[in-house]
Design a protein around this ligand. Structure first.
Ligand code: FMN
Length: 146
């Protein structure tokens, strides 16, 4: 579906999750979507969020690599403004094994009132391919609207 507008908010320590957000944005733009912002979560741009139909939230996997994996900065995600009435999607970047990071991310974003339509864990060494796949899935899964 064309004409969708998405805001991409990320947390990134060493740049992978930022890069992933930029790649996701570029892929969505190729599909005809508008991007209102690609910005760190801490630099909240309310107008960019308000004018978006979909908010895409990304962070990186933090843990002990095979156990204890969780989304980094879940507190910041829980404290985002309410996203009622918006679609949302989540992503994380990881090195070895994301564990249940995506599930935790999805429940946090659902808790903001958004309708989460999907999520993807992107391996940090395959950001291009995985960002393309994520964007294609989002475009295919946006519910048709009246
Ligand atoms: C302290 C720390 C803990 C990490 N724990 C995990 C982990 O448990 N599982 C995993 O797959 N990757 C883990 N990683 C790797 C990061 O998730 C991965 O490098 C990610 O792409 C970093 O994103 P960024 O460049 O946006 O900061 C960890 C990285 C750091 C710095």
């Amino acid at each position: 579906m064309g004409g969708m507008k998405a805001a991409i908010l990320f947390q990134s320590l060493s740049g992978n999750t930022r890069r992933a957000g930029e790649l996701i944005a570029a892929n969505l733009q190729q599909e005809g979507w508008g991007i209102t912002t690609v910005a760190p979560m801490k630099q909240l741009e309310m107008s960019a969020i308000q004018s978006a139909d979909m908010v895409i939230i990304g962070t990186w996997v933090h843990g002990l690599f095979v156990v204890g994996q969780a989304p980094w900065g879940i507190g910041a995600i829980n404290h985002l403004p309410a996203l009622r009435g918006k679609l949302a999607a989540t992503y994380c970047t990881f090195a070895l094994n994301p564990g249940t990071t995506l599930d935790k991310l999805d429940s946090a974003v659902s808790g903001l009132g958004a309708e989460v339509i999907g999520g993807l864990a992107l391996h940090r060494s395959k950001l291009h391919a995985h960002a393309e796949e994520f964007a294609a899935r989002l475009v295919a899964n946006v519910p048709a609207r009246a």
